[in-house]
Write a protein of this length. Sequence first.
Length: 306
Amino acid sequence: LMEQHARFHKTLRPLKCPDCEKVFSTRSNLQIHMRQHTGWRPFGCPACNQSFHHRSVLEAHQSRMHGAQSVKCTMCDKSFNYGSNMIKHVRSAHSSVMPSRRYVCTVCNHLSITKSDLDRHMRRHTGEKPYQCEICGARFSDSSNKNKHAKSHTTARPHKCGQCGMQFVQKVSYINHVRTHTGLRPYACPACAKTFIQMGNLHTHMRVHTGERPFACYIPRCQESFRYVKARDIHVNRVHRHEMNHSRCITCNKLFFSEGALQMHLLLHNLTNGPPYVCPKCGPASTFTTRRATVSHFRVHCCHDM
């Protein structure tokens, strides 16, 4: 953490991968990346013996391919289909033994367990998309979506449907497609017996029965919450549009629900000339080698100004 913190206050040479010349701000991120070149896959799936270079990739594989309760809570051995459900469980059942340091979003008060979780959450407010496709230039807010997108450019589509000839990059996409021909809907709702082709659709449907409304309105003082993110966004645009007009980006016309979130977004428009990036508040005293480091530093000013 001290190494990463130091990079925010002085310009240091970024850590470069010797094989592909990608650069990283911390040694730990470089070491994780190097597994892709060395072939080291320390995280094995107990269900099918496949192995992966990162724990998050293993968890995604388990929930997509096996549909089993394969993500375990390290505090009580309860199992969950998705890592996100496990995190919710930890917050509700083990809050008394969680680390005393929490990471709080200064815009909507969302609590994150780790700094990286908070960084991912903040991109919802700022619109930051730091991950860019090297082929077509499309940008993404997280690396997993960028990696999924990158597969759309590959010429190799090894999974071919025997009925209609469609070809797929990912096996899971092929399996879901074949079910549209066979009519197989293996995921049944235990409450109403409705069936689904994909496990994710079943989880979304279950909110009807459980009453879970995970998407809260992010406007201060509004207590509304919704089953689906699209419903939340429609609510914000219809009910709170007048509260957001003062936080509209004059460059791209995007609306924001706080001045702090708007200022974070405006910074992204200004970081177009390439490194070194200069903090608009501090001036030349604070320069950075990456857009991401600049945005992380600028958060200090937004928090204080709010």
